[in-house]
Write a protein that binds this ligand. Structure first.
Ligand SMILES: Cc1cc2nc3c(=O)[nH]c(=O)nc-3n(C[C@H](O)[C@H](O)[C@H](O)COP(=O)(O)OP(=O)(O)OC[C@H]3O[C@@H](n4cnc5c(N)ncnc54)[C@H](O)[C@@H]3O)c2cc1C
Length: 376
């Protein structure tokens, strides 16, 4: 039955491409519409945890996604004077890779096209209706058995459907960039250690992402004008993290600031239209699982629809099954960002508990340990 079914997907990001690959592998005729002139993911690097790796493996995209990238084994938190606050070893919670975003996007696009999906760039969707009609900025329309709105946090399709939505800006945001490793860092090889340096409401995350590059994320309150300025305000950041001055001086003119957002919908679907990824459940990146949950939900969507005669009913079942782990992830991602607005002594107490509490560890790694629907 599924061989003749058609899906139109708005958005060629992590969520849209994972969904395209998953549906095409189940025999759907799939077309992805990306409004950009090419598939491109901003934001330098991205963490993929065990749950995301399982999805990538199922989609046939894992090898290409992580080729040449770093496997993280240890995450350290340090204070502004380089003292270790907590150490987390990933061990039991599975694999963690830090990968280049562009490489991840290309790996997913490759998996989708190998499975038969078509990807159209420069194609902007403007609206969809519950009967499966999608309309494009060009004025063209298409009719499908399924429309997927994977068009990001500011989803135009979601908003046009009038789905009750709680969308809020978080108090913080981040500048992300890639910088070349120094010859000494290259010679050191892959240490497998990522370090998050905290100083009050500012954070500098340093992650080896390939043999030759580091992924740097500077996080700050949105009200921190000098902190969020791009190019990075070297003096302002070096004053907060004196021991990192040599690194901060290497950041150069690049970098892009994004404020974190949070989205919660009354429902993830309307008729034949499914809302997916950041469009449905954006979250701050404190757990590094926004992309992971988007990929899990894309694969789960294809799994729930496989062989289902009633698409709206299958979409409702998909949401019932997947929403709990997604909302847990959203709650935790907000919780682990809270210390940024706490006084330093309370922050330190929290990090101390963090490093010792099994319960907190369980809550934090639950999504990474989750077995995604549709994986073996
Ligand atoms: C600082 C930061 C760090 C992060 N770190 C991690 C991490 O380590 N691990 C992780 O898993 N997640 C991380 N995330 C979250 C992750 O980036 C997102 O959850 C993920 O990109 C969501 O994918 P998406 O496909 O739903 O949306 P998007 O990535 O926003 O993709 C949407 C796509 O749709 C296109 N589009 C938009 N509107 C239209 C339209 N009308 N028609 C056609 N195309 C359209 C856009 O051009 C874009 O290509 C981080 C986020 C931030 C801000």
């Amino acid at each position: 039955m599924s061989a003749t079914r058609r899906a139109e997907i708005a958005g060629g990001g992590i969520g849209g491409l994972a969904t395209a690959a998953a549906l095409a592998r189940k025999g759907w005729q799939v077309r992805v519409h990306e409004r950009g002139a090419r598939l491109r993911d901003t934001g330098a690097g991205i963490y993929i945890y065990e749950n995301g790796m399982k999805v990538l493996e199922t989609l046939g995209a894992a090898e290409a996604a992580i080729a040449g990238c770093s496997r993280a084994t240890t995450r350290e938190m340090r204070d502004g004077r380089n003292r270790v606050l907590s150490v987390h070893r990933w061990g039991a919670s599975g694999r963690v890779y830090s990968v280049l975003r562009q490489q991840l996007i290309e790996a997913l696009a490759g998996a989708a096209t190998r499975a038969g999906a078509e990807i159209v760039t420069g194609s902007e969707a403007v609206s969809a209706t519950p009967d499966g009609t999608i309309t494009f900025a060009s004025g063209a329309t298409a009719q499908a058995d399924l429309v997927v709105a994977a068009d990001g946090v500011n989803s135009r399709i979601r908003d046009g459907l009038g789905i009750p939505t709680r969308k809020r800006d978080m108090p913080d945001g981040a500048i992300r960039l890639l910088i070349p490793k120094t010859p000494e860092e290259v010679a050191l090889g892959d240490t497998g250690t990522t370090v998050e340096n905290w100083q009050g409401s500012r954070r500098i995350l340093v992650t080896p992402v390939s043999d030759t590059e580091l992924y740097i994320a500077l996080t700050m309150l949105d009200s921190d004008t000098s902190g969020k300025a791009t190019p990075v305000d070297v003096e302002s950041w070096a004053a907060a993290f004196p021991h990192l001055r040599p690194l901060i001086e290497r950041l150069g003119p690049g970098g892009r600031y994004d404020r974190f957002g949070h989205v919660k919908l009354k429902t993830w679907s309307q008729g034949r239209v499914a809302i997916l990824g950041d469009a449905a459940h954006a979250m701050p990146p404190n757990l590094g699982q926004g992309g992971g949950t988007a990929m899990m939900n894309g694969l789960a969507l294809a799994t729930h629809l496989d062989g289902a005669a009633d698409i709206p009913a299958a979409l409702a079942a998909w949401e019932r099954a997947e929403r709990p782990i997604t909302e847990h992830t959203q709650r935790m991602s907000i919780f682990f960002g809270r210390p940024a607005s706490w006084p330093v002594p309370i922050q330190r107490g929290f990090f101390n508990i963090l490093s010792k509490s099994r319960k907190v560890g369980e809550l934090r790694t639950r999504t990474a340990r989750h077995i995604p629907t549709g994986t073996a």
